[in-house]
Design a protein around this ligand. Structure first.
Ligand SMILES: *Cc1c(COP(=O)(O)O)cnc(C)c1O
Length: 234
């Protein structure tokens, strides 16, 4: 177990140094960037070690796994980010344990999220997930097309129990992430014109966190660079 702790500590130090370097190059303070460690596929024991190493934000992308882990780690006081594809019939259950839902890509999810927030009597922070695919017809990644972002953001802002915080995106596969993240920064500005406090930009993963931080990301979602490569999907 101490071997695993040392491994995670070393990886975390490297990731934090990468964030600090990228922030420095962009003339930003590293404190402007929140590190969310994506713990999907890894056990609650790793979440515990990470909490002990100072991690406050964790991300999960599958409802059942996230719900179980959040319950097992409830004593740690962590902030849980849901970052995966959401089914509308699971939205209420997700909002019952998630503090932040980063993957809101359609209005159909809002009723369930609102009722889940209400059940736990807390406000859920919401990011609108934006598709940055240059060819959206290409079966690409999840997210709302840029032209539809403002409308969905307005709907989130108008929903009881939800707080519009900003935008999230994944860089398109196999493309230079910089122009994609620059586009995301423009979209984020248009969302701030609707809700000035919606200042979060969640972008950047293990492979492209530098491009994200240099493009203004306030949150990075890092899995494999901290935890190691994920076990094969069962
Ligand atoms: C898994 C995942 C991450 C983390 O990816 P790594 O490449 O392992 O850092 C980030 N964001 C989303 C949406 C993910 O599903």
């Amino acid at each position: 177990m101490s071997g695993r702790r040392d491994e995670l500590a070393g990886n975390l130090a490297q990731v934090r140094a990468r964030i600090a370097d990228a922030a420095g190059r962009a003339g930003r303070s590293p404190e402007e960037v929140t590190l969310t460690v994506v713990t999907k596929f890894f056990p609650a024991s790793d979440v515990r070690l990470l909490a002990d190493l100072g991690v406050r934000h964790v991300g999960e992308n599958r409802h059942q796994e996230a719900e179980a882990k959040a319950a097992e780690c409830a004593d740690l006081g962590l902030t849980w980010h849901f970052i995966g594809g959401l089914q509308s019939n699971k939205a209420a259950a997700v909002a019952a344990y998630a503090d932040v839902v980063e993957s809101v890509d359609r209005a159909k999810l809002l009723r369930g999220l609102s009722s889940g927030a209400h059940q736990r009597d807390h406000v859920v922070d919401v990011l609108v997930q934006v598709s940055l695919d240059t060819d959206p017809g290409d079966g690409g990644r999840a997210g709302v097309p840029p032209v539809d972002v403002e409308r969905l953001a307005e709907q989130v802002a108008a929903t009881e129990g939800l707080r519009l915080r900003g935008v999230m995106a994944v860089a398109p596969l196999g493309e230079d992430p910089l122009p994609a993240f620059a586009k995301l920064a423009e979209i984020a500005a248009s969302v701030r014109s609707i809700e000035p406090s919606a200042t979060w930009i969640s972008a950047g993963m293990s492979g492209d966190l530098e491009a994200a931080v240099e493009s203004g990301a306030t949150h990075v979602r890092i899995g494999s660079a901290v935890l190691g490569s994920r076990p094969a999907r069962r």
